[in-house]
Every structure is written in C-alpha cells, then in structure tokens.
Design a protein. Structure first.
Length: 64
C-alpha cells in the first residue's frame, strides 16, 4: 500500500511481517510510541522467537 505520491508505503508479507517507510513525521505518526519504541518491542519479540527476526533486530537496534 502506498500514498498516491509514493512518499510513504506499507509492505506486509504473507508471513505477517510489515515494513513501513516514509518521512520521519509520517513514521512517527504511524508507529505508536515512535521508531525506537517499535524497535525495542520488536527486539523483545525476536528474543522470544529467534531465527530471522533475531537477526533483523540485531541489525536495527534502538538508537542510543
């Protein structure tokens, strides 16, 4: 799904993973708690399930 001007998009896989992209303002508004909070929550999930999500979480940790 993308905005008409392609300034932001949401991709969802058949496995239930999602990736959101756009301007910082768009992402802040779309991600409850902001990007760092989302990365923290995903990191907790990844530790529980392991595998590919754990690799992704390690590559994109919350910013210090």
């Amino acid at each position: 799904m993308a905005l008409p001007d392609f300034s932001a998009a949401l991709l969802v896989t058949t496995d239930g993973y999602a990736q959101l992209g756009g301007s910082p303002a768009f992402v802040r508004g779309a991600v409850n708690g902001g990007v760092d909070d989302a990365r923290t929550r995903f990191g907790r999930y990844a530790k529980k399930v392991g595998g590919v999500p754990l690799t992704i979480a390690a590559r994109y940790p919350p910013l210090p």
